[in-house]
Design a protein around this ligand. Structure first.
Ligand SMILES: [Zn+2]
Length: 130
């Protein structure tokens, strides 16, 4: 079992990360004002469109209605893994129950370490091993 490198979830400004990335131009770093990477436990909110298929009711089907494909915007969280700092995005099975302090409904398992699996939960801004 690995040790958590962070026990507090800290919201960061995503623009800081994006800025740091875009300022590396043609192999040269033009500016290092932004943060270069996320620290374990840092996160930001990211609205994500997921495809949803709505089936028509039986009566509408009788009238020839077809399933409707739509996109639904869900709030996901991108968090630097509190064990290995790799940015992880929550899936549709993990809902944000509370934004501040952050609470995520289900545990998150880091997919980037198949040899040393690690998962964690975030409840009221506190990161715990799961
Ligand atoms: Zn990890």
């Amino acid at each position: 079992m690995q040790a958590l490198k962070a026990t507090q979830a800290r919201e960061i400004n995503k623009a800081d990360i994006t800025e740091a990335e875009t300022l590396v131009f043609e192999g040269r770093v033009l500016s290092q004002t932004g943060k270069q990477s996320m620290e374990p436990g840092e996160f930001y909110f990211r609205p994500t469109a997921i495809p949803v298929t709505t089936q028509p009711g039986w009566f509408a089907k009788l009238l020839g209605a077809k399933p409707v494909n739509e996109f639904k915007i869900v709030q996901t969280v991108v968090m630097a893994c509190p064990y290995c700092a790799t940015p992880l995005m929550t899936t549709s099975g993990q809902t944000v129950e509370h934004r501040a302090p952050l609470t995520i409904s289900r545990e998150i398992t880091c997919p980037y370490a198949p040899d040393a699996p690690h998962s964690f939960k975030v409840v009221e801004g506190t990161i715990m091993t799961a």
